[in-house]
Design a protein. Structure first.
Length: 256
């Protein structure tokens, strides 16, 4: 199965988000890549849109998972402005994005905060969508060492408390985010393979999947020849027709 996800960040208005979600729900309801199980699709809108988007997906009977863009490390208390994992789970969120490069650079999130959020996701039965990536382009070996160390630090407290389980690892080289083109194909394939090899040594994380973000777009899955487990899409997928293009690729690879 190929995992395809889309984060809207804060590009859309509330009304546009709901229109987009309805279009994506209809695509998922009828596209054979989704209906056959060849593709797993998730969407990550803003916090205010989570409840109505969940309703849209449910009403359309669309096989689309719902993700949140962040969560608090705390489950309750005097934390003004925070959104807890407990509430996200209550309203039907399936997974939660944690540790994105923008959270680290713009909001100064530390490894400890990321680990706390991963712990909060697991204890509230949310699948972490953990973002990892190197700031500067490096060799395959150096990159794999850096991003798997990020992964290990992020899950450390959850593992210690016996909470860890499957997660989605989104490899997003920081130097490629927002760039005109993604990282070179072989770099992407090699680093994803390295992360998967590392996950194979962590039985407590069995069932995890690794996907690629960072200016991901059409053609990458095809060029990867089945060696790329999925894509985490951004602005490319603001046009729902672009999602159809990616799902067509998934289907072609699945039947080839």
């Amino acid at each position: 199965m190929t995992t395809i996800g889309v984060s809207l960040k804060t590009y859309f208005s509330h009304a546009r988000t709901l229109e987009w979600a309805a279009e994506v729900a209809e695509i998922a309801r009828r596209h054979p890549a989704v209906t056959s199980g060849a593709a797993s699709l998730f969407v990550v809108p803003t916090f205010p849109a989570l409840v109505p988007v969940r309703r849209i997906l449910t009403d359309a009977d669309a096989a689309v998972l719902l993700g949140a863009q962040d969560l608090s490390w705390a489950d309750a208390g005097p934390y003004t402005g925070e959104v807890t994992g407990a509430e996200l789970r209550e309203i039907g969120v399936d997974l939660v994005e944690i540790g994105h490069a923008e959270r680290r650079s713009l909001f100064h999130e530390t490894d400890d905060e990321v680990a706390g959020k991963v712990h909060a996701a697991y204890r509230n039965h949310l699948r972490p969508l953990l973002c990892v990536g190197e700031v500067h382009r490096a060799s395959r070996a150096e990159t794999v060492a850096e991003v798997t160390a990020q992964l290990d630090r992020a899950v450390a407290t959850a593992v210690a408390d016996g909470l860890a389980g499957p997660l989605v690892v989104a490899y997003e080289p920081v130097w490629a985010i927002g760039a005109p083109a993604p990282a070179p194909d072989e770099h992407v394939v090699d680093v994803l393979a390295g992360i998967e090899e590392h996950l194979a040594t962590r039985p407590e994380l069995a069932g995890s999947v690794v996907i690629y973000g960072g200016s991901a777009g059409p053609g990458l899955l095809t060029r990867g020849e089945g060696r790329i487990g999925g894509l985490f899409l951004g602005r490319f997928a603001h046009d729902p027709a672009a999602i159809v293009t990616i799902l067509d690729e998934v289907l072609a690879l699945d039947v080839s």
